[in-house]
Design a protein around this ligand. Structure first.
Ligand code: S3P
Length: 170
């Protein structure tokens, strides 16, 4: 049977993609970025899925992929920040391996994603306000994940080490 997956969850800009890349190169496990797979399958970018099909259609695609990942396959999985909005997704992903939640401060999130145009939910003038509102809606969903990693003041490498330690302990 394949190794258990390592699944990274967390708000936009908490470093999921960078940490997942580091974990993949450290462990030799394959990387699966859920947004990349969703965009490839849809034949269009995430902003275009949101604009042309709507957020609910994106969430359906995200949920279908989470269901496919509910078994160990030796993968490092980087999720989209809204994966927690359907708690079934976390339940499904947990069946495939260790789910770890990355946390960062609002300032750090803003610094990382403030100039990004690829995140449809943040295409607004008041980015800080939008981040705060989304965090408020989702805080309890992120907090419900047993493995929490505080990324503040830590390098990608250090965060990856912490995730690996939690994976080996679990
Ligand atoms: C989203 C986060 C994005 C992407 C989509 C929606 C969210 O992923 O899935 O734009 O709802 O928080 P990242 O967390 O990789 O930016």
């Amino acid at each position: 049977m394949a190794d258990r997956n390592i699944i990274l969850v967390g708000f936009m800009g908490t470093g999921k993609t960078s940490v997942a890349e580091t974990l993949a190169s450290r462990t030799g496990m394959s990387l699966l970025d859920m947004d990349t797979v969703i965009a490839e399958r849809a034949g269009k970018s995430i902003p275009r899925i949101f604009a042309e099909d709507g957020e609910p259609a994106f969430r359906e695609r995200e949920h279908a992929l989470a269901a496919e990942l509910a078994q160990p396959a030796g993968l490092i999985v980087s999720t989209g920040g809204g994966i927690v909005t359907n708690p079934d997704n976390i339940h499904l992903l947990s069946q495939g391996g260790l789910v770890a939640c990355l946390q960062a401060t609002v300032d750090e999130i803003l610094r990382r994603v403030g100039h990004d145009t690829g995140r449809p939910l943040l295409q607004t003038d008041d980015k800080r306000g939008k981040i705060l509102a989304l965090l408020q809606q989702r805080a309890h969903l992120y907090a419900a994940i047993p493995v929490q990693i505080d990324t503040n003041g830590q390098s990608i490498e250090q965060v990856a080490q912490q995730v690996l330690a939690a994976y080996h302990r679990s």
